[in-house]
Structure formats: structure tokens, C-alpha cells
Ligand binder design. Structure first.
Ligand code: MG
Length: 505
């Protein structure tokens, strides 16, 4: 990237140190969740908090802060403008939230992540509760410092998806929720609605090693560069992707020996995030243009590979013989049609990450409502498990029996500020709209059936990945599809796909 402006050049030099330290901190965070011995937690919390302190000090360096805030945009090239825009956005957090609060939040989250993991395994919400209480308080304090017009939750949403507001979220969920509930009810009444399958809920086992090998096979087909990344097993914990740089993007997976679907879908999902990072222009590395645009756009990449590709009938035709080769005893008689309906089985369930495409956003709607109320002090942490059960019953018609299947299932509240969840739904909406556009140029069905996933990746690289953080999310969706985000594309996609599978009128 050729930068002419002297001030921007200076900014890039200073930012490079922030980026390098940030990646170092991310390696410690990855190791914390993948490898760390139990007794190492306190030491690790101190190490990460120390790095957070140094990074915060870099942000607060008076010269750097002045450059970020005062550099004039006029006369700058688009890339230079984007650099400033991204720095100003990230700077909101560092410039406005006091350093002590940022460090305290870092220490609290490191500890809370480990406690949450244990509490979830043991199904003991009471162990996590004091940490959650502290986190809610810190979220409120952070929102207060960042500032907002009428809802503190808006300050947090903006950290993940610039300019997203609670009102906008309510509008989106207000459109999705009734439609999705309607289609869910129709599906549950349809003849094709089957409650159980012996393939995934019976005696059959699918050894983890074979599942892992199958996932590596698919990653390679997708074009995932395993010399610039890796995949580690963290079962039964929560899968995630760590972006440690363009040439070091690590994904994690969780396998279920009773159900072969989970590992493959997680692999394709996390690899979707990873491919995005691996595809950003190399010259953007260690600059404010590295990485994806926003969490919503990032999630569109993971959901696209998981759903629009992974759960398509054509991909099932491609993957069926491969499943049979890996699990000859279990699956040799099973055809693509069966696998397709298994992978697209709609069923109200407790766990978000395993939810089908129809119910998934209802899980998010629930979390959005809880977060928004927690940050506004309208819900107490103590009451969360009960409120969770009541809302699950209302939205999905099921009541979790344990907190492990309920309020303790997600890692998010222990790792970062609240406001993350709505970006999952945005990701689904962006994915549907991008796919519609892609289909004008590519025969997606044909490519999926032949396993030519590299051609699909090339389209994503050219249209989305290479740009990194050059555009805002609203600019990118317009640039690629010609229109602003419209949730109707997602509803059309769901209606079309599931009307066919379940023979709906
Ligand atoms: Mg994701």
C-alpha cells in the first residue's frame, strides 16, 4: 500500500506496534483456551492484562491520539481515509474508557472465561454468577464512558458493528421473528417432520479421528491454507477462530462421536472466518485495514460456507461418498437425500451453535433481548436462568432442563463486551444477500456438487476478502450487491429452501 500523506505514514508506523502487540495477546488468548494447564490461569490473566495495559498506553500516546483525532481527511486517498476512519472507530474505546477500566475488564474476562468453562461443564451457574455480575457492571461502566444517545447498549453494539443500534436490531428481529416462527410451526406440522434418526441418535459411533480427517479434507477443498493456519480439537468447549495474522489463522473444532454433523459444520463455519482473514491483501497486514470489516460481515463468511454451501443438496451429493469412505460401517447404505434432510433437520433445540437455519435467529433474538435489558439494568444476573427458560419456551417451545443447555452455553459474556450476538443475525442476512449476487455470476449448485469450492472462494476473495477493512459494512454490501442490507433476502432463501424440504404450502 502506497501511502503518501506524512501524517498517515506516521500513524501506520505507530499502529504497527499496536497490531503486533495485539497479535501477541491473541496468541496468549488462543493458548489459554486450547492448551493452558488449570493452575496457569492466574499467571496468564496477569500476562494478558499487562499486554492490554501496554496496548492501551500505545493508543493513549498523546502524539498518536492527536494524529488520529486531528488529521484532516480532505485530500487523502480512499485507503488513507479508511485507515483514519478505522482508527477513529477503534479509538472510541481506548480514548474514552479509562485505562484502569480496560485493564480491569481484561483481567475479569480472562478469569471469567476459565470459570465459565468449569461452571458449564459442571452445570453450576452459581459459580459463574459473581463473575457475570461484575461483567454486567463493567459493561455499563464502559458504555457510560463511550457515550450514547438514549440506550447504553448502543455504545456496545457499535464496538462490533459500527452505527448499529438497539432500535435497528428491534426492527430486524421484529421482521424475522414472526416469519420464522410461522415457518417453524408449519414445519412441525408437516409430514416430513421427523423427530429422531437412528443415524445420529442411536447406537452408532463416529470416531473423532475419522471426523477430524474428513474435516481436514473439506478444509483443503475450500482452499484453506494449512501452512498459514491450523485446526485444533477443543471438545467439548466452544469453537472459535483466532486471527493471529494473515499467515496464522487458527480454527478450533468440537466433535460429537454420536453425531457426525457437528464437526463438519463447525469446521466449515470457522474456516469461513479463517478464509476471510487469509484472503485480505498482504499489504494491509499490521495496518488498520487488516482483518474483516465488521463482525457482521465476518459472520456472513462463516455462515455462507456452513449453510449456503455446506447444507446445500449439491454439496451433500459431493460429500456423501466421502462420508461413506470414512464411515463405511455406519453410512454405506445412506444416500445424499438422507444426509441432506439430516443436515437440514429443523427442530427447536437448546443449543444455538447446533441450531438449524430456521430457528437460529430466534436464539439470537433471545440473547439480544437479555443483553439489552442487562446493560440497561432491567434484569438481574441472578434471574437470568429463569428468564432464559421462559423465553426459550416462548420463542422455540422448548424448556432447557439444565443451565448448561441454557444460560451457560455461550462463552461470549465472559470474553468481551456485550453486543456481539446481534452480529450473528446480521451475518445470516448478509450471507443471503451476497449469495444472491454470487449466483448471478457463478453456478453455485454445480460447483458445490463437483466439490469445486476453490472457484467459490475466488469470488469471495475478489469481491469481499481482499478489501479487508477498506470499506464500511454498509458500503461493502452496496458495492457488492448494489443495494443496502435487506432482511427479505434471507427470508426468501429460508422460505424457498424449507418449503421444498418439508413440502410446505
Ligand atoms: Mg462465527
Amino acid at each position: 500500500m502506497k501511502v503518501k500523506n506524512r501524517k498517515v505514514k506516521n500513524l501506520l508506523e505507530k499502529y504497527r506496534q499496536i497490531s503486533l502487540l495485539g497479535k501477541t495477546e491473541a496468541v496468549l488468548g488462543w493458548d489459554l483456551r486450547v492448551n493452558l494447564p488449570k493452575k496457569g490461569v492466574e499467571g496468564r490473566a496477569a500476562q494478558i492484562a499487562h499486554l492490554t495495559k501496554i496496548i492501551t498506553e500505545k493508543w493513549l500516546d498523546p502524539e498518536f491520539k492527536k494524529l488520529v483525532e486531528d488529521t484532516k481527511l480532505s485530500g487523502l486517498k480512499p485507503e488513507e481515509k479508511a485507515i483514519l476512519r478505522n482508527l477513529r472507530h477503534a479509538g472510541k474505546f481506548y480514548f474514552k474508557v479509562p485505562k484502569e477500566i480496560i485493564v480491569e475488564f481484561s483481567e475479569t474476562t480472562t478469569r471469567a472465561t476459565v470459570v465459565w468453562d468449569e461452571a458449564r461443564k459442571k452445570d453450576k451457574f452459581s459459580e459463574f454468577l459473581p463473575h457475570l455480575k461484575k461483567l454486567i457492571k463493567l459493561n455499563q461502566i464502559i458504555a457510560g464512558h463511550i457515550g450514547y444517545r438514549d440506550n447504553p447498549y448502543d455504545a456496545l453494539l457499535d464496538l462490533y458493528e459500527p452505527d448499529l443500534t438497539a432500535i435497528e436490531c428491534k426492527k430486524i428481529f421484529g421482521k424475522l421473528q414472526p416469519e420464522l416462527t410461522k415457518i417453524l410451526k408449519k414445519i412441525m406440522k408437516s409430514k416430513n417432520y421427523s423427530e429422531k434418526s437412528y443415524l445420529v441418535e442411536g447406537e452408532l459411533d463416529y470416531p473423532k479421528d475419522a471426523q477430524e480427517q474428513l474435516c481436514f479434507f473439506v478444509l483443503r477443498r475450500m482452499g484453506y491454507d494449512l501452512e498459514a493456519g491450523r485446526m485444533d480439537d477443543i471438545s467439548p468447549s466452544h469453537p472459535f477462530t483466532s486471527e493471529l495474522g494473515r499467515f496464522d489463522v487458527r480454527i478450533t473444532n468440537r466433535y460429537n462421536v454420536k453425531d457426525f454433523r457437528e464437526g463438519l459444520m463447525v469446521a466449515m463455519h470457522e474456516a469461513g472466518h479463517g478464509l476471510y482473514e487469509q484472503g485480505v491483501k498482504e499489504e494491509y497486514s499490521a495496518t488498520p485495514l487488516e482483518g474483516g470489516v465488521s463482525l457482521g460481515i465476518h459472520e456472513s463468511q462463516s455462515r455462507f460456507w456452513e449453510n449456503q454451501v455446506g447444507r446445500s443438496f449439491e454439496f451433500m451429493k459431493f460429500i456423501t461418498p466421502i462420508f461413506q469412505a470414512f464411515f463405511p460401517g455406519q453410512l454405506s447404505e445412506v444416500g445424499a437425500e438422507t444426509l441432506f434432510s439430516l443436515f437440514n433437520q429443523v427442530r427447536p433445540s437448546f443449543i444455538r451453535t447446533e441450531a438449524d437455519e430456521v430457528t437460529y435467529n430466534l436464539h439470537i433474538a433471545l440473547r439480544f433481548e437479555l443483553e439489552e435489558k442487562m446493560v440497561n439494568g432491567k434484569i438481574k444476573a441472578t434471574d437470568l436462568p429463569e428468564i432464559w427458560r421462559v423465553k426459550m419456551k416462548r420463542y422455540l417451545g422448548v424448556t432447557p432442563k439444565t443451565d448448561r443447555e441454557g444460560v451457560l452455553q455461550d462463552v461470549h459474556w465472559s470474553t468481551a463486551p456485550m453486543g456481539y450476538f446481534p452480529t450473528y443475525t446480521l451475518g445470516n442476512l448478509y450471507a443471503a444477500q451476497f449469495t444472491r449476487e454470487m449466483q448471478k455470476e457463478l453456478n453455485l449448485e454445480d460447483l458445490a456438487e463437483r466439490g469445486e469450492l476453490g472457484t467459490i472462494l475466488s469470488w469471495l476473495r475478489a469481491n469481499i476478502h481482499q478489501h479487508g477493512g477498506l470499506y464500511r459494512s454498509d458500503e461493502l454490501i452496496k458495492k457488492v450487491t448494489g443495494k443496502p442490507l435487506n432482511p427479505q433476502h434471507f427470508l426468501d432463501y429460508i422460505n424457498k429452501k424449507y418449503s421444498k424440504i418439508y413440502n410446505l404450502k
